[in-house]
Design a protein around this ligand. Structure first.
Ligand code: NAP
Length: 266
């Protein structure tokens, strides 16, 4: 049996074990995907080699910290500055990033990215993946963040504009992407922005997928925007991991259904 793992702390909330195990089973692969609440990251990475774990998903708070323990980093992981996927090739560990691919696939289903403008709320790991995805597809990202220093640094690295989040009323863009955790369960009554400014965007995407309809998306729908939850991004980032680990195309629609059913039941 092949073993795959999730490294995070905490990991109890994650739907990745459910989604990945369902996918492996549907694909007829004899594998288990196990969540580990990591206490010591360096030792955990050594354990990948020691236990011959075939692949690992990395989540909060280790996406950046894990980079220094790996043998190699692919171009996207290096530029984004975060790893969410480790591939174990005979003991040689490569850090990769599928968050940006997941976002890119999810966005392209609903909106053209090329030559369009994307206002990105936040300047953490998810925002970095979003900026990279938009640039890779020929779009223009604009960063908005609460902590000006962090936002300016990110904007400087990728050569884009920065505004303080309080100045969002000044921005008009094709799409607004929320990468902050504001509105995530259990704090579901909150939105990162005032509803009045949402008419400045044609499309609004929330990276949050629990709940599926955040306050931001409810407000955006009322304002006439096309809305997108983080569910499709989550499914595609996970599907891309399985593709990297096995070389096989995973059952994406089935994976989406499994996660959707779980979210609807909770
Ligand atoms: P992170 O590195 O901690 O960054 C969070 C960002 O949100 C920071 O820029 C922070 O601003 C901002 N923020 C936090 N609380 C805020 C508040 N009350 N008001 C305004 N801004 C606030 O986290 P991350 O790894 O980027 O993840 C962010 C979110 O994306 C999480 O909800 C995560 O679940 C989601 N995500 C979803 C997917 C998916 O597949 N759908 C994938 C990855 C991440 P400061 O700089 O001012 O602190």
């Amino acid at each position: 049996m092949k073993i795959f793992a999730l490294f995070g702390n905490p990991t109890g909330h994650s739907l990745s074990p459910l989604m990945h195990n369902a996918a492996f089973s549907k694909m007829g692969i004899d594998a288990r995907y196990v969540p580990f609440c990591v206490e010591n990251l360096e030792d955990a990475v050594k354990g990948i080699r020691g236990l011959n774990i075939c692949g690992v998903s990395v989540t909060i708070p280790f996406k950046t910290a894990v980079m220094k323990y790996l043998d190699e980093l692919d171009d996207s992981a290096l530029k984004i500055g975060a790893v969410n996927t480790i591939v174990n090739d005979g003991g040689r560990l490569t850090g990769r990033n599928t968050d940006w691919i997941g976002l890119s696939i999810a966005l392209k289903k609903s909106i053209k990215i090329d030559k369009k403008t994307f206002a990105i709320l936040g300047a953490g790991g998810a925002a970095r993946a979003a900026v990279y995805a938009v640039l890779m597809e020929g779009g223009t990202p604009i960063i908005l963040n609460r902590t000006a220093e962090k936002g300016r640094k990110l904007a400087g690295e990728f050569g884009c504009k920065f505004y303080h989040i309080d100045d969002i009323g000044k921005i008009k863009a094709d799409c607004l992407i929320n990468t902050t955790p504001v509105g995530m369960s259990p704090d579901t009554g909150k939105s990162p922005v005032e509803s009045a400014i949402l008419t400045n965007f044609r499309c609004v995407m929330d990276m949050i997928y629990n709940p599926l309809r955040t306050k931001l998306l409810e407000d955006a729908e009322k304002a006439g925007c096309t809305v997108l939850s983080g569910l499709d991004m989550f499914v595609h980032q996970g599907a891309e991991q399985i593709k990297m680990w096995t070389g096989m195309e995973p059952p994406r629609e089935f994976m989406r259904q499994v996660v959707l059913e779980k979210l609807m039941a909770s």
